[in-house]
Ligand binder design. Structure first.
Ligand code: GCB
Length: 552
């Protein structure tokens, strides 16, 4: 099986596609001879949704959650210059205590069916790279860089370095500019450094510095060097405004997916760069990592190119109230109860937030943490569930606004958690799921609701709006599913956004068509893409380019 890839996209046939349970990966690798005396680490960028890892016959690590990295120090189990056998068992199942949640239903004939409450196919396996690498025994184990303040021409940055290992050491810091010139220095594992004539990281101009961390041994010899790229920029919310470096920022762009034919959710560098180039072509300045943390390469690229990111956890589908039929069960179910989303789910969710922030904290491109997509936020239990998670997110990173993407039924009168958050992310489908095809009523209702939200005094980013569109289907009467309808629906939303100051962002659902499970509203997947699944433009792509780039 190729890695990275979703096994259930690579293998032909229904059985493999819908396979549920354990999948086993194994291979023999040669440990480089030159690594003798080093600390040898096996790192998995992700295993969807959980995994146990062995080296030889020894279990070295296990991990829950399909979209964040984990690693094992395997030094004691391998020898430089010799072969090692790596075995990974990846489990594909979603259950009530996983993020995202789901449950496995046993059919009458004994077959198993994975049920879940989110709208993208449950691609699983080793969707990201697996690395074997070496570090010194005493090594830099973590670095955090923050922009403490920017005043005029200069900036103070704060840093914290964590070191693992037994050797005596001291820490030295050099800040290098993009040309490699040293522009600031500091000593010690924690402190500040001042950068004069600072070049800020800006949307569209992703200027990066490097914090070069050097560990020195007792005799002054270099023990480890770790170069951590970072950007200097501030993010703040001020009334209805979303500020980057003190300047109002308007988000344009998309909710995306890691999704492509043959790979499934498997990371592909060429597809990633192509997508960024299409976003540049269309004039998108931002995207949301809906509905899970993406491969870290997305954030590295966004950092370098000044693309703004709303970074989301995999907490999607914490909502049993999104419509009938999802559960194939008779009566309604409560989202929050002892047999559905409960304290252990919240614990997994908390861990997912911790791992997201630990992984992504140094990326200047990330300006908002989105801790969930469309949870059920109407019952009072939602508040008890979310309040500690918001507090934890703020404790882990006081520098970025916290948000969640709100579901259409959780209107201002009904939603019980939005006051806990800094920015209102709204997903709305007026004209599609509601008032289907009637853009006149849709426009009125959309505007009325947005004006109500605007009274909360917070910035609003519309993180989803759109219409399923079959490429090549045309209509003189703007029928839903036609390319004309998608163009008209988006234009209607944009008219409304332009009338309401509190709306500081528009991220269309979706960048491209993507795979979902089967369903009567899904024709070969979700077709709300502005591009097809193989990245050809629909008519809406050209219309958006005119709005967002003006010059097109
Ligand atoms: C939503 C979800 C997204 C779906 C979309 C749709 O609200 O957040 O995951 O794909 O609607 O197209 O139904």
């Amino acid at each position: 099986m190729p890695v990275p890839a979703s096994f259930n996209a690579v293998l032909p046939g229904r059985d493999a596609h819908h396979y549920i349970g354990d999948v086993w990966y194994q291979r023999i690798v040669q440990v480089p001879r030159g690594w003798d005396g080093e600390r040898i680490v096996l790192r998995l960028d992700a295993a969807t949704h959980r995994a146990v890892v062995w080296v030889g016959d020894t279990q070295v690590t296990e991990h829950e959650g399909g979209y964040t990295p984990f690693e094992a120090d395997v030094t004691e189990h391998v020898r430089a210059g010799e072969q090692m056998r790596v075995t990974v068992v990846v489990n594909t199942e979603l259950h009530w205590h996983s993020i995202p949640p789901g449950f496995v239903q046993e059919l009458e004939d004994g077959r198993l069916l994975q049920q879940y409450f989110h709208d993208f196919f449950n691609y699983a396996g080793l969707n990201r790279s697996v690395w074997l690498h070496a570090t010194p025994r005493t090594h830099v184990s973590d670095v955090t860089v923050t922009t403490a303040e920017v005043d005029g021409q200069s900036s103070t940055i704060g840093y914290v370095v964590a070191v693992a290992g037994d050797d005596m050491h001291s820490v030295r810091i050099v800040v290098r500019d993009a040309d490699g010139a040293a522009v600031a220095r500091a000593d010690g594992a924690e402190g500040t450094a001042r950068i004069e004539r600072v070049q800020l990281w800006r949307p569209g101009a992703g200027y990066l510095y490097t914090l070069e961390v050097t560990l020195l041994g007792a005799g002054g010899e270099v023990v480890d060097v770790y170069p951590q790229p970072f950007g200097v920029r501030t993010v703040a919310v001020d009334g209805h405004r979303f500020l980057i470096n003190g300047e109002p920022f308007q988000f344009t762009g998309f909710g995306k997916h890691e999704d492509f034919p043959v790979h499934g959710r498997g990371f592909d560098l060429a597809v990633m760069v192509h997508d960024f180039q299409l976003m540049l072509w269309i004039g998108a300045n931002s995207f949301r990592t809906s509905h899970y943390p993406y491969d870290e390469a997305f954030l590295d690229y966004a950092d370098r190119h000044g693309v703004v990111v709303i970074d989301e956890t995999a907490a999607v589908g914490l909502n049993l109230d999104t419509g009938a039929g999802v559960l194939n069960q008779a009566g309604p179910m409560d989202t929050y109860s002892d047999t559905t989303i409960d304290a252990p789910t919240q614990q997994t969710h908390r861990q997912a937030i911790r791992e997201l922030i630990a992984r992504d904290k140094n990326h200047p491109s990330v300006v908002i943490w989105s801790i969930a997509n469309e949870p059920d936020t109407i019952p009072p239990a939602a508040r008890a569930y979310f309040e500690p998670l918001v507090a934890e997110t703020r404790r882990l990173d006081p520098t970025r606004p916290v948000a969640f993407a709100n579901f259409m039924t959780a209107t201002p009168e009904r939603d019980v958690i939005s006051d806990l958050f800094d920015v209102l992310l709204l997903n709305r489908y007026y004209g599609w799921y509601a008032n289907t095809g009637d853009l006149i009523t849709a426009e009125r209702l959309l505007e009325a609701e947005l004006r109500q939200w605007a009274q909360r005094g917070k910035p609003i980013v519309m993180t989803e709006y759109g219409a399923d569109t079959q490429p090549g289907l045309h209509s003189m009467t703007n029928e839903p599913w036609s390319e004309e309808f998608q163009v008209e629906l988006l234009a209607m939303y944009h008219r409304v956004f332009d009338r309401i100051d509190a709306v500081v962002g528009e991220q269309i659902w979706n960048f491209a068509d993507f795979a979902t499970r089967s369903g009567i509203t899904r024709v070969d997947g979700n077709k709300k893409g502005v591009f097809t699944r193989d990245r050809r433009p629909k008519a809406s792509a050209h219309a958006l380019r005119r709005r967002w780039r003006g010059d097109a």
